[in-house]
Design a protein around this ligand. Structure first.
Ligand code: NDP
Length: 462
């Protein structure tokens, strides 16, 4: 057997790479992990974590307004963008430190630098050459630069949005996915005049139709301009630094900033994949089997770089399956079914399983249970925003195949609903469950009669 320097070389210190490196090192394996930027990856440094902190920041104006109905007067309020950015940076630095420490405490060698694969067992990093029995690629992705758009170089992406020197007065955001929708709500909440531009008929393609429409309405009611069925055709910088935007379908407009959020692409360039013979797909993503193994037997890939499902918990799950498979003698396929997820829009979306539209294609008959109501916390505040809960049930088996929530704490609910869907629970199990009163979530177990049925794709009442 060949003698390698390491049992495992991990390229990329994001959520997936760090989890795999830490677990392997804790098992006594000889592990090195290389990261060219900052440990923590997209999620910690320029994704989920700072995004959620910004979401909290952007919710305060509504909290101040809502307080009045409960007898509070909050006086004059002021927002300081730089304080938010500085405090966010401190928190990220703290988390980054924890990621590093976790690796080092487990016994992994932490290398700062860009690693390049030179053959299937060899990696070069910072002038050093190391051999490894296994190589794990977890280099993540980055925003699609939208090079086809004239003037794209004047635009920002989610990366820059976290560190703008100043908060713009107005912004246009192109895209209708997670990032565009979340940032539209963040910027609006912070007082920025916000326009969302989406090419499709309704934002958040692939989510449940009722939830998409209701979120769209709620965003418009708050004052976000939502433009569907249009795209940006060009962005020009004016002398005053503002940006003139040309649209395909409508009159041009001028904004302080333009943000592009049209998806993310895998980081695979310059990694040495050709040297090792690793196959990639059309977007440059690394192709892997259900165990996350590439076409090269000892090279593996997890997380966004494989473009399977671009979510942090998925990358972590893939890392854990990888460890089971190669170091614990327990080959474990990655399970990508029924992933619960949240969009931190305002109101928030929490969802798991099938949308009504997808379920219609799979099942002959569905029962749809839907409730739309004003949550109790909005009664005294006077806020008109409604909450929606929806269960999609396969009539034949009674299994709940989709659960969707729009409203406060929907992401928290999605986590628990995820367990019920994963466990294959039936609507009867929901009906047998006692309500927790008074909560908004009790609606999930008290929707006893279907709002309507869908038979062979046709909606029928009752
Ligand atoms: P998404 O894939 O969610 O959305 C991309 C959006 O851009 C879609 O609306 C898409 O339209 C549109 N689009 C794609 N190409 C073009 C184009 N050429 N011109 C105009 N519009 C275009 O990507 P995001 O960038 O929003 O996010 C990337 C990933 O990050 C997500 O898939 C998600 O997995 C993850 N993420 C998760 C979050 C969470 O869990 N809360 C938060 C943020 C990101 P169409 O729908 O028509 O294809």
């Amino acid at each position: 057997m060949a003698n390698f320097d390491l049992d495992l070389f991990v390229i990329g210190g994001g959520s997936g790479g760090v989890r795999a490196g830490r677990l392997a090192a804790a098992m006594g394996k000889r592990v090195a992990i290389a990261e060219e930027y900052r440990f923590g990856g997209t999620c910690v440094i320029r994704g989920c974590v700072p995004k959620k902190l910004f979401v909290y920041a952007s919710q305060f104006p509504e909290h101040f307004e809502d307080a009045a109905g409960y007898g509070w007067s909050s006086g004059e309020t002021r927002f300081d963008w730089r304080t938010l950015v500085a405090n966010k940076d401190k928190e990220i630095a703290r988390l980054e430190g924890l990621y590093r420490k976790g690796l080092e405490n487990a016994g992994a060698r932490v290398i700062e630098g860009r690693a390049v694969i030179t053959d299937r067992h060899t990696v070069q990093v910072g002038g050093e050459t190391l051999t490894a029995e296994n190589i794990l690629i977890a280099t993540g992705g980055r925003p699609n630069p939208h090079e086809a758009l004239p003037g794209h170089e004047h635009c920002i992406f989610s990366n820059e949005a976290f560190d703008l020197p100043e908060l713009p007065r107005s912004i246009a955001i192109e895209g209708g996915g997670y990032i565009a929708v979340e940032f539209a709500n963040i910027f609006h909440g912070l007082g920025v005049e916000t326009t969302l531009v989406y090419r499709g008929k309704e934002i958040l393609n692939r989510f449940d139709g009722d939830i998409r429409r209701s979120l769209h309405e709620a965003m418009e009611a708050k004052g976000i301009r939502v433009i569907c069925q249009d795209i940006l055709e060009g962005v020009e910088k004016r002398e005053d630094g503002r940006l003139d935007v040309r649209f395909k379908e409508r009159e041009g407009m001028t904004f302080d900033k333009v943000m592009l959020a049209i998806g993310r692409i895998p980081n695979t360039e310059g990694l040495g994949l050709e040297a090792a013979g690793v196959e990639t797909g059309v977007k440059g993503e690394i192709l892997v089997d259900p165990y996350s193994r590439t076409n090269v037997e000892n090279i593996w890939a997890i997380g966004d770089v494989t473009d399977r499902v671009q979510l942090t918990p998925v990358a972590i799950h893939e890392a854990m399956c990888f460890i089971e498979t190669i170091f614990k003698g327990n080959p474990t396929q990655v399970d990508h079914d029924d992933i619960a997820t949240a969009v931190f829009s305002q109101p928030e979306i929490g969802t798991v399983g099938l949308s009504e539209e997808t379920a219609q294609k799979r099942y002959d008959e569905l029962e749809i249970y839907r409730a739309s109501f004003r949550p109790m916390r909005h009664t005294l505040s006077g806020r008109q925003e409604k909450m929606m809960m929806k269960l999609v049930v396969d009539a034949a088996s009674r299994r709940v195949v989709g659960a969707h929530v729009l409203g406060p704490d929907a992401g928290e609910l999605a986590q628990v609903l995820g367990i019920t869907i994963k466990a294959g629970l039936t609507k009867d199990a929901f009906d047998r469950t006692m309500a927790v009163h008074p909560t908004a979530a009790e609606e999930l177990v008290t929707m006893y009669t279907p709002t309507y049925r869908v038979r062979k794709g046709e909606r029928v009442e009752g």
